[in-house]
Design a protein around this ligand. Structure first.
Ligand code: BDP
Length: 713
């Protein structure tokens, strides 16, 4: 072999090696890189004795092997404690232990040290194979995060029954409001070709307890209900089933007209009822465990029952009755507001759905966004939570960062979701948190659901921004157990994604945990909301004043020479009256409301004195500045990791953080330049005045922003 050929070969081998070990993010939090303390663990973990009965249990065995081989290497000592894996039915050795699994339900698991002093064992068990699979992921997470095996005892059951991703994916493969590439669902190739990555998607979802996925956009297309597409849906359902993931679809209310050839979609017309019943029966022929429908009706131009002078209950019940014999559910969205009325949008869903409470079939859940406006960077909880004692509510969160920096900004959303989940509605006394309304415990509902609008696309690393995967992870973990803290979830994710080296972990965690407040501060602080650029929603547009009033910014901030903020008290829209008396009392005065919600409920003078002693104007300026400074700090923290983490992710995050800083500064400068025209007061010390005049910011345009529906149709 000549020197030259040897060199070429060597380069090829090296390239292959670096490709194979590349940290391109594809493996998400399931990297299973060798542990530093592997030798220690190897003394405590021996061979696996598994009971295998079906595809799900086979996956559990395979995952455990994959995880252990990666984390600890492939050889095991015959003297080390064995892992007993399976249900008491599938594994005789587990049956012999005679464990009480009665509190584990269908999905819970138990991972524990078992056996005798002489013959130690580790048991990973559950009532079902699905539970065992969850147990395997929990055990591997325990190892990945380098937890102790002494006294191992992980017992857990999910708090919420249906834990769903909502994909806002179109059949054309564009994705509404997600920036991570095209839709992962390759409809044209289905059912002939099932992409291998569908398995990896399902596996990642299962690893965090997600058990359902809505495949299609809430702005729906009736084509998905055609037989040709149902075949495709069936191929996906077959792929996801062994991972415990059910598929759901969005139902376009006018489908009987669009694909059924009827002249009406009136939910009370017998031919419409028959059409949906036949369609639903047909779906179950393709997908015997089809989960049900998510419906956006009479909202933002979507068809719905009100077009026929029927109400939302008539619409939801039509579908629910046909789904019930198959155990399917309807998630009917509360995100509705009238096209014509000028009533504060904040109030409309509450008025609509409290009026219908008690009229829904038992398999209907009203799916409600965390806040009443629309996934703003920070929203007070939706007043509907706790206000429909007869009707279960599902919580809809947005993992995609529509208003929170797209997937360009590093923003860890768990703190926002925790704020919503732990908000006290007071409806049944202190402690009636949104989480408890959702899990059904406040009013004794049996069924419960939580949904996250997915931030996933066909980007190699799934979510575009390497840090955005933390949000997918956090959603699943909180859906399983809303009592987990943002810190704990950040810690798990960071260790699993970047390894356990302590200063790396500390640095990334501290960045994650600061990121949410930073983003709120540099975009919409102190209760400001809906002041984003129209259409694509990326970046500021506080001056936006065209079109229907409640789609403008000026409608929401109400800035004038006197002050700023939306009066939602008695003297204004009175949306506050939709909350419990305890909330009204606290939030009713600008002096007592938590300042983070001040301008959401109050129109306040520029010179209003804040708790800090600053005037409102000064506080607004300082908070914007704090947000920008926070991003600079994140950059400094990230730079301290150079050389300590892989070059690939280091470089990507670095570039993104620099762009985030530029954007944050732009947000601050644009908003301050604009609000200054009303406030006309000097910028306080410590605040960098906007670099340019207002016209500069107003004239700035972004083109072809990913996820913008205006670009898609
Ligand atoms: C808004 C989005 C829009 C969605 C709508 C919804 O801008 O793209 O279709 O919510 O949730 O946030 O239906």
């Amino acid at each position: 072999m000549t020197k030259r050929i040897r060199l070429i070969l060597l380069t090829a081998v090296l390239a292959l090696y670096s490709y194979a070990t590349a940290e391109d993010g594809y493996r998400l939090w399931l990297r299973y890189e060798p542990l530093e303390d592997a030798a220690d663990y190897l003394r405590q973990i021996g061979d696996t004795e598994a009971g295998e009965t079906n595809e799900t249990s086979a996956l559990a065995v395979e995952e455990l092997k994959l995880g252990l081989d990666g984390l600890l290497g492939t050889s095991r000592s015959s003297k080390a404690p064995k892992i007993l894996l399976g249900t008491p039915e599938s594994n005789k050795a587990i049956a012999k232990l005679d464990l009480d699994l009665s509190d584990l339900g269908e999905e819970g698991f138990w991972v524990a040290a078992a056996g005798t002093k002489k013959k130690k064992q580790i048991v990973i068990t559950a009532n079902t194979d699905q539970g065992v699979l969850y147990g395997v992921f929990a055990f591997l997470r325990h190892l990945q995060t380098e937890q102790d095996l002494d006294g191992l005892n992980l017992k857990s059951t999910p708090r919420i029954e249906h834990r769903l991703l909502n994909h806002w994916d179109n059949l054309t493969r564009t994705v509404e409001r997600t920036m991570a590439g095209a839709s992962i669902f390759n409809w044209f190739d289905l059912p002939y070709y099932v992409e291998p990555y569908y398995h990896d998607y399902a596996r990642a979802c299962a690893s965090i307890g997600i058990n359902g996925t809505v495949l299609t956009n809430v702005n729906s297309n009736a084509t998905i209900l055609r037989p040709q597409y149902l075949e495709k849906v069936a191929a996906l359902a077959d792929t996801f089933r062994p991972y415990g993931i059910k598929v759901y679809l969005t139902a376009r209310f006018s489908a009987p007209i669009e694909i059924g050839g009827l002249e009406t979609a009136d939910p009370l017309e017998p031919e419409v009822i028959k059409w949906w019943t036949d369609k639903i029966n047909e779906i179950y022929e393709y997908v015997p465990d089809f989960g049900g429908f998510l419906v956006k009706a009479n909202s933002e131009g979507q068809p719905g029952p009100q077009s026929y002078h029927r109400d939302h209950a008539d619409g939801a019940n039509l579908l629910a009755r046909a789904l019930a014999p198959h155990q399917g559910i309807v998630m009917w969205r509360a995100f509705v507001y009238e096209f014509e009325t000028q009533e504060d949008r904040h109030k409309q869903a509450y008025t609509e759905f409290t009026g219908l409470d008690g009229k829904f079939e038992p398999n209907v859940l009203i799916q409600t966004k965390n806040g009443a406006i629309d996934f703003m960077p920070r929203e007070p909880f939706h007043p509907l939570f706790g206000s429909t004692p007869e009707t279960p509510l599902a919580l809809e969160l947005q993992i995609a960062q529509e208003y929170t920096g797209g997937d360009i900004h590093m923003v860890y959303l768990a703190p926002m979701w925790k704020e919503a989940l732990s908000a006290d509605t007071y409806v049944e006394g202190v402690g009636s948190t949104v989480a408890k309304v959702i899990d059904g415990s406040v009013y004794g509902h049996e069924t419960s659901a939580i949904a996250g609008v997915a931030n996933i696309g066909n980007a190699r690393n799934w979510t575009g921004h390497p840090m955005a995967a933390a949000n997918w992870y956090a959603f699943g973990r909180l859906a399983w157990d809303y009592d987990l803290s943002s810190e704990q979830i950040a810690d798990e994710w960071t260790r699993m994604t970047f390894g356990n080296e302590s200063s790396t972990v500390e640095t990334i965690e501290s960045m994650l945990l600061a990121s949410y407040e930073n983003m709120v501060s540099y975009s919409m602080p102190l209760g400001l909301h809906h002041i984003m650029y129209p259409g694509h929603h990326y970046g500021p547009g506080p001056w936006h004043d065209e079109g229907r009033p409640d789609w403008t910014s000026i409608y929401y901030h109400q800035a004038n020479e006197d002050g700023i903020g939306f009066d939602r008290t008695e003297t204004g829209s009175d949306a506050l009256s939709q909350y419990a008396p305890e909330i009204i009392e606290q939030w009713g005065s600008p002096k007592t409301i938590p300042e983070k919600f001040l301008l959401w409920f109050h129109h306040v003078d520029w010179d209003f004195e804040m708790k800090s002693g600053n005037t409102l104007w000064q506080e607004i300026c300082l908070t914007y500045q704090e947000g920008v400074d926070g991003v600079s700090e994140m950059i400094g923290q990230w730079e301290s990791l150079e050389g300590r983490i892989d070059e690939q992710r280091y470089a990507r995050v670095s570039a993104l953080l620099h762009r985030q800083l530029q954007d944050a500064k732009f947000y601050k400068d644009a908003c301050l330049a604009y609000f200054h025209t009303f406030a006309q007061r000097p910028y306080p010390e410590g605040v960098e005045a906007p670099e340019y005049d207002l016209e500069h910011y107003k004239s700035f345009e972004l083109y072809h922003v990913p996820g913008d529906p205006g670009e898609q149709w």
